[in-house]
Design a protein around this ligand. Structure first.
Ligand code: ME8
Length: 653
């Protein structure tokens, strides 16, 4: 029988800065669901990726003096490295700069245009002339100026394409209020009241003021602006409108799109509208979670350093981080992150709760039975209750996962972990062990504990994939014992199971010492980040590198070494100096705008570089044959002087 398909997606993230623990949340949540569904026997497609176009990337790349593609390539590698460090089992990674996506988005845009849903209009906004950038009111800085250069902006308009939203308003309202598309459904009211009831505004879907985007195929001065490019990823990654993949029929419509509340509107309103316009089926569920906050603020790139996921994973292991963020966040609500809460949770739930249950149980089987339980067992008080709890667990957890309530799933599993620990206290194996006659009872108690561990760790393996196989080795479980099917059954481990002593799965952390160390680390990282920022700011003063030219283009410029023989100010022109140069070819006169920084005596006798084949020009009425080469240093200019022993007239190459 062929497996049922299951398609789950994270948002595609902006590679405009390093990923942080906020990005980890959605990705880890989707990964856990994907793993759980695989365990349940589904044929899973788990998609993640990066959203690589846009003005912000273009500007950041220019600041760094690299191309936008070079800029994103570097950050995409960091995202992928983090996903590997967090044990993310994605099946496909889409980059919106991938050729197949670009081609498909052009087709989608054209189709929407041909169907009459996209039309040409005028985009009005705030424009920063020096940066050549449009901004929305909310993007401006606290003085209403450009958020980048902080200079005043002006009202401006540019030609743009728009996507008509109004034809879909009624259907979208029904989707949000009458179906279980949106999770949690309580968010439907705010969407309907804020966006649908006042009348859906058409969406600006192209720009001409920047270049780093997918060109509109039938009007190349426009690039596709944000959402048609980004949202389409969910279908282009399956092969919609492209030849690269052939999975659309199999996996579409998606079972779950998971996003945080910041982009809920785009996924709850615009995405369904686009699909309706394309006459494609709608995704089944949109799960919206809150933000991980830090000191009450949304975790962001600038705050991301404080809880660098690489550092946390390195110190505590990916599983502990995965567990903590999943356990803290209730669907729909924000969750505040603190290192202290995280460490306390690792200690209480993982070290004391689960870790202790495993190490105590295994240690007792080793101590009282040399590692192998006897067949002869005797059931007794408290058994039934524990067995009932452990066998009911699988379906409760499956239901929570089905409803994307992962914190609930984990809470349920840990209820059984606690029940098993309590069972140890109630049955007191160390007392039973004192009397040989009680050995069958002792064996039953320990068997029940191993079964509780098998069931809980099987279900936990979707959430903490690295550690659970180590637990299975310790309790003597074989791969066929730890399947989803067997997680609903009691009595799966052989009666004469053999355990094995192993490493401590979750070492207890010394909270005070750890917090001190983390604080020191944070301080060091903040200092490094500040230094990097200052360096960036210095660099930000640099003019971006110009477009690439060929060697032939460069060959056209004739640069020569020349010696300044005479120099004087140009009367009535404050900025200009008139220089007589020995250029090795009989001499020439050059006028240069450097009087603000150099007096004639600074230059006479020095050797400079002159652009020798520049067409002659008159500056303030004085003839200039060529130009002196100088560097811009902030607001200043500095002449480039060359070695005295290079002969006049030497050509630069
Ligand atoms: O919005 N807490 O990309 P993005 C929880 N490219 N989740 C967080 C978070 C936080 N503090 N910060 C980020 C974009 N996230 C677009 C998406 S999709 C077609 C295009 C997660 O890099 C969360 O999933 O800004 C949020 O929705 C997403 O990152 C936004 O990522």
């Amino acid at each position: 029988m062929s497996k049922k398909p299951f398609y789950i997606t994270t948002p595609i993230y902006y590679p405009s800065g390093n990923p942080h623990i906020g990005h980890c949340y959605t990705t880890v949540a989707c990964d856990s669901i994907a793993r759980f569904k695989r365990m349940q026997g589904y044929d899973v497609m788990f998609l993640t990726g990066t959203d690589e176009h846009g003005q912000k990337i273009e500007q950041k790349a220019a600041e760094k003096g690299v191309t936008p593609k070079q800029y994103v390539d570097e950050i995409v590698e960091i995202f992928k490295k983090l996903w590997s460090c967090m044990d993310i089992s994605y099946d496909r990674y889409i980059r919106t700069t991938d050729d197949y996506h670009v081609e498909a988005v052009q087709k989608i845009f054209k189709e929407l245009y041909d169907r009459g849903y996209i039309y040409k209009g005028e985009y009005k906004g705030k424009y920063c002339t020096p940066c050549e950038s449009f901004w929305t009111e909310s993007q401006l800085d606290e003085n209403g100026c450009c958020p980048d250069c902080h200079r005043p902006v002006v009202e401006a308009k540019e030609e743009a394409y728009f996507f008509k939203m109004s034809p879909f308003a009624d259907r979208i309202e029904k989707l949000l209020t009458e179906t279980d598309y949106l999770r949690p459904k309580t968010r439907a009211t705010e969407l309907v009241n804020n966006f649908i009831k006042p009348g859906l505004e058409d969406l600006c879907v192209s720009r001409t003021s920047f270049k780093w985007g997918i060109p509109v195929s039938f009007d190349e001065k426009h690039v596709v602006y944000v959402w048609i490019d980004a949202l389409s990823n969910y279908i282009t990654a399956l092969g919609f409108d492209n030849e690269k993949y052939d999975d659309y029929e199999k996996y579409w419509p998606a079972d779950v799109h998971m996003v945080a509340k910041d982009i809920m509107r785009f996924h709850a309103i615009i995405w369904p509208a686009m699909l309706m316009a394309l006459e494609q089926p709608l995704p089944k569920h949109l799960a919206v979670h809150g933000w991980i906050t830090f000191n009450g603020q949304k975790m962001s790139k600038s705050l991301g350093n404080v809880v660098d996921p690489f550092v946390l994973a390195d110190r505590y292991g990916a599983d502990a981080i995965r567990y903590h963020i999943l356990r803290e966040m209730a669907l729909g609500a924000d969750s505040s992150f603190s290192n202290e809460i995280m460490i306390n949770r690792i200690n209480s739930d993982l070290a004391n709760g689960l870790g202790n249950l495993i190490s105590r149980s295994v240690a007792m089987v080793l101590k009282y039975f040399d590692g192998t339980l006897p067949e002869n067992k005797q059931s007794g008080e408290h058994d039934e209750e524990l067995i009932a709890e452990m066998t009911a667990l699988r379906d409760t957890v499956a239901e929570a996962v089905e409803n994307t309530q992962l914190n609930v799933a984990l809470a349920e599993i840990f209820k059984v972990v606690s029940a098993a620990n309590k069972y140890i206290d109630e049955t007191a194996p160390w007392i039973l062990a004192k009397d040989e006659a009680n050995k069958p009872r002792l064996a039953a108690v320990l068997y029940n504990l191993l079964e509780a561990i098998r069931i809980t760790t099987t279900l936990l393996s979707a959430f903490m994939p690295a550690t659970m196989p180590k637990a299975w080795e310790q309790i003597g479980a074989k791969p066929e014992d730890v399947t989803f099917e067997n997680a609903g059954r009691y009595g799966v481990l052989p009666q004469n199971v053999t355990v094995k002593k192993g490493e401590v799965l979750f070492p207890r952390i010394d909270v005070d010492k750890e917090i001190d160390e983390l604080n020191a680390l944070i301080a060091a990282q903040e200092a490094a980040a500040k230094a990097a920022l200052e360096q960036d700011e210095d660099k930000a003063g640099l003019v971006p590198i110009s477009e690439t030219i060929s060697i032939d283009d460069f060959g056209k410029i004739d640069l020569r070494v020349a010696e300044v023989k005479e120099c004087e100010k140009v009367p009535k022109a404050k900025k200009l100096l008139k220089l007589q140069l020995d250029d090795g070819f009989g001499g020439r006169q050059v006028v240069s705008g450097i009087a603000k920084w150099y007096s004639p005596e600074d230059l006479i006798g020095k050797k400079v570089i002159v652009v020798a084949n520049l067409a002659p020009a008159k500056l303030c009425g004085v003839e200039s044959c060529g130009m002196i080469v100088a560097a811009d240093v902030g607001e200043d200019a500095r002449v480039i002087f060359v070695d005295k022993d290079i002969p006049n007239g030497s050509k630069l190459r």
